[in-house]
Design a protein around this ligand. Structure first.
Ligand code: CTP
Ligand code: MN
Ligand code: MN
Length: 532
């Protein structure tokens, strides 16, 4: 057991050395005059455990609680109904309470997540399984059969996932956190899921998780719940919640982010029908997203990605002979399906790529391949971006977010069999469809004629190609971890444009991904093992 410090019997603020035994009379909500503070929830009396929470965070949270009308006791007493803990497990807290000299056990022992959820709701929320302290202490269990490095960029994560039930559950909570503007929690769940993805076999008991990195109390509780009960109540609850369902549907529209969805939900819009009825003004991207909603919800297959690759290649070499395209994103990591298709375009002669994107887009548009596109210009200038300003997550390449019009496989096949093998998409205004027979030029949504597919195009100068390739291959968590490694462990700053070494005050050049890994002091991880 972790050694317990008796001096924390009474936590900061009260200054009294006494144990809970002599504090029963404190009926205030914290300090002199506290009794006059308005308590909105007389049935609820909180005590925040300083152990592992720290005194300053405890003081901050206590103040927050009182501001929201909760009674927060400085001292543990019999009045306390809810003990709020952070990073403690149930056993630890119970032992701690026992050592306080008969500290009462009828109070709920809760994780700080219940407190923060309640603060957000402005009232004491229902206690879910995920809010309760986990019972076993993982550190004490014998187990500990897996050994996993804590940075995802030190691990080899293939697509073979031995723990899909656990990782799906954690990913869902990550998604919910991200959609609720809680990025910190989102990353914590993503990291926990990524650790489980790297395990060589299924987890059968919580004891096996001993010593694994990135598994916080909350994630461990979810995992334990699933292992013991077959499901996590918190995950099931989230999945069923109207708010989560509405956020999913609305952010599923291309061009709609969490903030917009949140605003719509506040206006009572929870689904596509309500959105259409509401008369909400939609921007061009959102309108296109809504028009092609069903298509864009369908995963893109590898065959479709390859078909689009042929078209993009034709476009690129028509407007700039010698230019090269590379499939990036999830498909480069070996995924069989994706939510979009990503391509990186460059030219072996530095500078020739300038202005390429508008020409490619014009070509694609003239052939009727684009249902929507938005191009942004390259805004990266090393002299300006460099040392003073660390590269941000968003890179500044010339890029195009688009929605492609892709002919169905049968039609692509017929064309390939004919005399235009490169013509794999469905060109609405394309002369080559003229001899296709009786089909209408634009079979507007006709079943099986064509589908909409999200496509991302990025243009990089060849000098930055390796960085762009690494940065756009993903996974997103792998990228995040690479940057974290670079910054924390190497005092370097990595972006999709460059690698800057702060100790040497200079940029490190690279012409291949292998070289970048080597600059970072990392073993090379191929794309198929970056599925963190
Ligand atoms: N990316 C980026 N900047 C963006 C969007 C994406 O740098 N504005 C990078 C991400 O870091 C990721 C890659 O582009 O590495 C691909 O992103 P995305 O298409 O969203 O994800 P995939 O891994 O390809 O997943 P999916 O198969 O679902 O498309
Ligand atoms: Mn992608
Ligand atoms: Mn993409």
């Amino acid at each position: 057991m972790v050694p317990l410090k008796r001096r924390k019997v009474v936590s900061s603020g009260a200054g009294s050395p006494g144990g809970p035994g002599d504090t029963g009379s404190t009926g205030s909500t914290g300090g002199p005059g506290g009794g006059e503070e308005r308590t909105r929830f007389p049935q609820v009396v909180l005590f925040l455990l300083e152990r592992k929470m720290g005194s300053s965070r405890r003081a901050f949270l206590s103040q927050l609680g009182r501001k929201k009308g909760f009674q927060v006791e400085e001292l543990l007493s019999e009045r306390v109904t809810h003990v709020i803990c952070e990073n403690n497990c149930g056993d630890e807290v119970r032992t701690w309470l026992r050592l306080q000299g008969g500290g009462r056990t009828s109070a709920q022992l809760l994780d700080v997540s219940w407190f923060t959820d309640s603060m957000r709701a402005g009232r004491p929320v229902d206690i879910l399984d995920g809010h309760k302290l986990q019972e076993q202490q993982i550190d004490d269990a014998e187990g500990g059969v897996f050994s996993v490095p804590s940075y995802a960029c030190l691990r080899r994560t293939t697509l073979e996932n031995h723990n899909p039930v656990l990782t799906d559950a954690l990913s869902l909570l990550a998604e919910n956190a991200e959609l609720s503007d809680e990025d910190g929690r989102g990353v914590a769940f993503r990291r926990a899921a990524a650790v489980l993805k790297a395990l060589p076999e299924p987890v059968t008991g919580a004891a096996q998780l001993r010593g694994l990195p990135c598994l916080g109390g909350h994630s461990l509780r979810v995992i334990t719940d699933i292992l013991e009960n077959g499901a996590s109540r918190e995950v099931e609850f989230t999945k069923q919640s109207e708010r989560f369902k509405a956020l999913k549907v609305l952010t599923g529209i291309f061009g709609v982010g969490a903030k917009t969805a949140e605003r719509w939900i506040r206006d009572g819009i929870h689904n596509l029908h309500q959105l259409q009825e509401s008369g909400q003004a939609l921007n061009r991207a959102q309108q296109a997203g809504l028009d092609h909603y069903d298509d864009l919800q369908q995963p893109v297959t590898r065959a479709e990605a390859d078909a689009i690759g042929e078209v993009v290649e034709e476009a690129v070499v028509s407007v700039l002979p010698g230019a090269q395209i590379t499939l990036i994103g999830g498909f480069r990591r070996g995924k069989l399906t994706g939510h979009d298709v990503d391509f990186l375009i460059t030219h072996p002669e530095e500078g020739r790529e300038v202005g390429l994107m508008p020409k490619v887009v014009t070509w694609l548009e003239s052939q009727g391949f684009l249902l929507y596109q938005k191009t942004t210009r390259n805004s990266y200038l090393e002299a300006k971006a460099g040392p003073a300003r660390p590269p941000s997550n968003m890179d500044r390449f010339e890029r195009c977010f688009s929605i492609f019009k892709l002919a169905d496989a049968e039609k692509r096949g017929r064309k390939r069999a004919g005399n235009a093998p490169e013509d794999t998409c469905c060109p609405a205004a394309h002369s080559r469809v003229a001899d296709e027979g009786p089909e209408p030029v634009k079979p507007a949504g006709g079943p099986g004629r064509w589908r909409a597919v999200r496509v991302d195009l990025v243009v990089s100068p060849v000098s930055q190609f390796a960085f762009a390739l690494l940065g756009w291959t993903g996974s997103k968590l792998f990228e995040r971890e690479l940057r974290r490694w670079a910054g924390r462990e190497r005092a370097m700053s990595l972006s999709s444009h460059a690698l800057y070494d702060s100790k040497q005050s200079r940029y490190l050049r690279a012409t291949s991904e292998e070289e970048i890994f080597s600059h970072l002091g990392l073993e090379y991880i191929p794309p198929s093992e970056r599925n963190a």
